[in-house]
Design a binder for this molecule. Structure first.
Ligand SMILES: *Cc1c(COP(=O)(O)O)cnc(C)c1O
Length: 357
């Protein structure tokens, strides 16, 4: 089965094999060494992050990492501006609400770019000390313009918390220029690992300068960071998933790092997009330049239901992804993360051609 959904991804043989590593107790020194190697590998994915950001590992999905990232926001006296144009911006606002933390949402329609004028106006009012944004909004495939948000975060001295769950290792992240306090990521998207481990890369000095604002026992980033200095973790980590992640990081580096991966995604996405255009299938966002490299959303052609498209593709060994919320039944999404060849994509396209033309 080839997975064209936005994570989990089709694994390489190497990563799958790594899952069969030895049984290991998470209180033994071998576990600490494994964690330290992974932490060092993650810190090295972006050269810019290596010196001043520290990856913190959690056994959770990407949502857990985003939620744990909010440990950096104090429980009292902070006010976060949430910039939203999709499911994941809304989810972050729900987390802040659940944690009882003050916030305001600047929402645009899911099909629209971020409302930068409204963000600037809010920041200029001087009432916000943190900004949350989603880098690659998987709802549509839009790569939000975080360069613009970053300029505002720098100008108004508001540290940025970024959901980079579907972009980490696949798109550029400008740590310093964006006044980035932390970003959340996961093992099973652009890193090509197995689901079960997620991570937050945070400014190392934040752990000394701030007190934990965690609103839960399990998702207290400060507690993980403290124990992780010696390679351990407050709670049981998913050992086998870490084996897979270590191998995935080795493969990422051997293949030329995030930039090479980004180019490969771009290639595959353009291959999909140009063929679909020939079959009369257009992108869901009007301006195709709004998309990142990782995933694009497409309008369902008239007369072809999502269910039929999905089921016929599944029969041929491909999993695509539906639209969420109001987009259900209007769109389908194709992500190109994971172990995919040009031939896989071409075979998938020939199935769509048969159904759409
Ligand atoms: C996948 C994703 C998440 C997290 O999803 P999980 O199912 O919890 O792993 C968060 N944000 C974005 C932008 C995502 O694409």
């Amino acid at each position: 089965m080839k997975l064209l959904n936005p994570g989990p991804v089709t694994l390489t043989k190497g990563v799958r094999q790594a899952l069969l590593g030895e049984d290991l107790c998470h209180r033994e020194p071998e576990f600490a060494e494994l964690s330290k190697r992974i932490i060092s590998g993650l810190a090295g994915v972006y050269k810019e992050a290596n010196a001043s950001y520290i990856p913190v590992l959690l056994t959770s999905s990407g949502t857990g990492a985003v939620e744990a990232m909010f440990s950096l926001v104090p429980r009292e006296g902070a006010n976060t501006l949430v910039v939203s144009n999709g499911v994941y911006g809304e989810r972050a606002a729900a987390m802040l609400a659940a944690q009882g933390k003050a916030h305001l949402v600047i929402a645009s329609a899911w099909t629209e770019p971020i409302d930068f004028a409204a963000v600037e106006k809010a920041l200029a009012s001087g009432t916000f000390d943190h900004v949350f944004a989603v880098h690659h909004e998987t709802t549509t495939g839009r790569l939000n313009d975080i360069d613009k948000i970053g300029v505002l975060c720098t100008q108004y001295r508001a540290p940025l918390l970024l959901d980079a769950v579907s972009s980490f290792a696949g798109e550029r992240i400008r740590f310093a220029e964006w006044n980035l306090l932390a970003c959340a990521a996961t093992a099973n998207k652009c890193l090509h690992g197995v689901p079960g481990i997620a991570m937050v890369l945070a400014q190392e000095r934040a752990f000394a300068e701030r007190k934990s604002g965690a609103a839960s026992v399990y998702l207290d980033l400060f507690r993980y960071q403290k124990e992780q200095r010696s390679g351990f973790s407050p709670f049981t980590q998913s050992v086998q998933v870490l084996y897979g992640l270590e191998q995935a990081l080795i493969e990422l580096s051997a293949q030329g790092g995030w930039e090479a991966r980004h180019r490969r995604y771009r290639e595959l996405t353009m291959r999909v997009r140009s063929s679909l255009a020939k079959f009369g299938i257009t992108t869901f966002l009007e301006d195709a330049a709004s998309y990142g490299a990782i995933l694009s959303s497409y309008r369902l052609p008239t007369g072809l239901s999502y269910d039929r498209l999905h089921d016929e593709l599944k029969r041929e060994g491909f999993i695509i992804y539906a639209g969420q919320g109001p987009f259900t039944g209007q769109m389908f999404r194709i992500a190109v993360m994971g172990e995919l060849t040009d031939a896989d994509i071409d075979r998938m396209l020939s199935v769509i051609e048969r159904l759409a033309t």
